[in-house]
Design a protein around this ligand. Structure first.
Ligand code: ADP
Ligand code: ZN
Length: 295
């Protein structure tokens, strides 16, 4: 039986797994993301007992990364502000030990692929996976291919109207201040309201504002990309009451303009939580391995 290896490389922790899918995970481990010199060898060591059974390895990584196989920097984490990790060769050291196909993409593109294989995007070929957590990021699949372009999408650093009448918070993005991530990530909620996002009660004005920024962003992605579905994951979306608020505001913003009945008549099916929940990342990494193996 062919097995796949997966690495979900997050800024705070790594998850590694071996298996073929959600119902067939043979082993799994997690450890803190420290230095690359320590963390990457730990991942390599985890796969050692399965070396002869592995067909491919998939890595869904925090970024920015270079996922373009033809690029000289392919397989690298590139300009990350995370101390010690800028310009780190991630794929190289794994390739050296295990001479296998290695799929390498962003954590969110991986999650999108995982959701397509086993979750909330089954049967779809054009959709968006967004995470609203420590940062805001998104994976995009367009007509069956994960979108890369010159690097990969940076869905969090877009600009939505800053509602200064109700929101004097300047935004928390170190690069842009009040970009979407600066206004609507978990840390932005915490800085604006002075308590962690999970401690904010409901109802609270925070959620009106949050759903409004997220709805604006979804409208801005939906018009150019025409996705069949938008999946919203990440810690902040644990606040399930955000879903109806967001759907209602997207509907209102679109104002009947789109003719696609998938969107306007089926908002509940258009904006949805991930079916794989917190498992989307690691299962996505396995899906990247599977994709790398099949070419
Ligand atoms: P990461 O983005 O680091 O991978 P998460 O997706 O869990 O991890 O996002 C962490 C952020 O989400 C933190 O800012 C945290 O305050 C917020 N968060 C976590 N759980 C909840 C919750 N239940 N409700 C609202 N916010 C939450
Ligand atoms: Zn930004």
């Amino acid at each position: 039986m062919t097995l796949y290896g997966g690495i979900e490389a997050g800024g705070t922790k790594f998850i590694c797994a071996v298996g073929t899918g959600p119902n067939d995970l043979r082993a799994e481990t997690r450890f803190a993301t420290t230095t690359p010199e320590e963390t990457i060898p730990r991942a390599i060591a985890f796969f050692q007992p399965y070396a002869t059974q592995l067909a491919a390895i998939g890595i869904g990584s925090f970024g920015p990364i270079d996922p373009r196989p033809a690029s000289p920097a392919f397989g690298y984490i590139t300009t990350t502000p995370k101390p010690g990790w800028a310009h780190t060769d991630f794929v190289g050291p794994l390739q050296k030990i295990y001479n296998l196909p290695i799929g390498f993409d962003t954590d969110v593109n991986a999650a999108a692929l995982g959701e397509q294989n086993w979750g909330a995007a089954q049967g779809l070929d054009t959709f968006i996976y967004l995470t609203i957590g420590t940062g805001i990021g998104g994976g995009v699949m367009v007509e069956g291919n994960l979108l890369h372009g010159v690097m990969h999408p940076e869905m969090g650093h877009i600009f939505v109207p800053h509602n200064r009448e109700q929101d004097s918070f300047e935004g928390s993005c170190p690069y842009h201040g009040d970009c979407l991530e600066g206004l609507a990530s978990g840390p932005a909620l915490e800085s604006r309201w002075g308590v962690r996002a999970e401690s904010l009660p409901n109802p609270h004005p925070a959620w009106e504002l949050e759903s409004s920024y997220l709805a604006d962003a979804i409208v801005n992605y939906t018009l150019p990309l025409a996705p069949q579905r938008v999946i919203l994951g990440g810690g902040v979306m644990q606040q399930a009451h955000l879903f109806p608020l967001i759907r209602e505001k997207v509907q209102k913003r679109l104002n009947g303009y789109l003719a696609a009945t998938e969107i306007i008549e089926q908002m509940e099916g258009f904006i949805v939580p991930p079916a794989l929940g917190q498992r989307a990342g690691i299962l996505g990494a396995l899906a990247l391995a599977q994709q790398a193996f099949h070419g």
